[in-house]
Ligand binder design. Sequence first.
Ligand SMILES: NC(=O)c1ccc[n+]([C@@H]2O[C@H](COP(=O)([O-])OP(=O)(O)OC[C@H]3O[C@@H](n4cnc5c(N)ncnc54)[C@H](O)[C@@H]3O)[C@@H](O)[C@H]2O)c1
Length: 439
Amino acid sequence: MPERMVERRDFIRKTAAASLALGLGAGGVVLFGRPEQKPVRLGFVGVGSRGTGLLRVALELGGVEIPAVCDINKQHLARARHLVERKGKKKPDGYSRGPEDFRRMVQREDLDAVVTATPWEWHAPVMVAAMKAGKYGATEVPATMRLDQCWQLVETSESTGMPCMLLENVCYFRNVLAVLNMVQQGLFGELLHCEAGYQHDTRYVKIGPQGELLWRARYALDHTGNFYPTHPIGPVSWWSGINRGDRFSHLVSMSTKSAGINHYVREKFGPDHQNAKRKYTAGDINTTLIRTENGLTVTLYYDTCLPRPYDLIFRLQGTQGIYMGTLNKIYLEQRSPQPHTWEDADPYLQEYEHPLWKQHGETARDFGHSGGDYLVMQQFVHAVRHRIQTPIDVYDAATWSAIVPLTEQSVAGKSRSVDFPDFTRGRWKTARQIEFYGI
Ligand SMILES: NC(=O)c1ccc[n+]([C@@H]2O[C@H](COP(=O)([O-])OP(=O)(O)OC[C@H]3O[C@@H](n4cnc5c(N)ncnc54)[C@H](O)[C@@H]3O)[C@@H](O)[C@H]2O)c1
């Protein structure tokens, strides 16, 4: 959609706030009319494993500057500053005076946006501070683990007029976008069901080299439910038009008991290690069922504490056919040659290659997570450069992240049904397109 240039600053500010409030910002309204040739200036908070990866992508995008970096870990901070300098850019200023030092950083006038890849608990405080300081926000996933912070993100974005993007890289996977293209062209007919999950053995980032609990495992001590829903639910939401014509109505959730971390620590560090005997509240496999207002159901899995190959599942089913990501198979009643027989999905993924992949796929595939890491940052930086709404907006961030506390409530209440809040306050009823920039 062409971007509408708007000239008067005060009008633009009002338009920005109104656009966000109406959910229209993604329509391409230029928020502040910043000339395109100026660099996009990003500040990073949290440059551990993921933040460093995102920083590397940002440095490859061109037209990006990194004036400031913040991390409580001085080695991580030094590594990030050095990385920028090695790219032939000015060494960024470092912020490392404790866990709230990002508040000083976000006040800088030479920043357009703040990207955060800290542990989960800091995402929302960083994003809120950034938006209040007039900066775009981009947060790693989930945006928050708390319902009150979902609302805080939405309300801060609405009151400041500043967008906040969830950096959900899986939404930009090649198969996810090809399937989206097929959904939009009606190949699956009316959608009825999706199945997806974050099924990834991540014990290696939960338990440290001495058997100690790293931040993800510490969270499992006194929480339960689905801690990492956005990788699978982001694509499902795009396919099914969540917040763009449909919304999640309610969920029920159930968890197994916990045994995986105890077993892992026992095997690696001996039965007497304190973390081999400790009690973890989080069950190893969480299964959640979600129903939407329009009558679609989603089965969602969270499975990260047991040995297993990686699998996001991605089953999508409608009145005319089914795609099954795990099998990489498809069946379309109108097209498949043999009734009741799977076809290889590859020719379809090729035929329905998304325009974003046609345009940027060659570059994207050199980066992590099947190219998703490149595309998600490219889309964010494009939005900041043109002062337009981010393609994954604060309502998506809140809706997808809310699954963390809602599943916890359901599991704690013997799998009782829990309603989703409507973060859009009724605006989900308006169907609208997902925006793709730079194509
Ligand atoms: N999208 C993806 O594919 C993907 C992949 C991995 C991780 N992640 C997400 O990225 C985030 C970071 O994960 P990670 O694996 O890089 O963790 P990590 O532990 O390697 O890095 C976190 C960094 O944040 C720093 N930090 C902690 N508190 C801080 C604070 N208050 N202020 C500044 N810095 C602070 C730490 O010192 C560390 O350098 C998490 O939210 C995780 O869920 C996303």
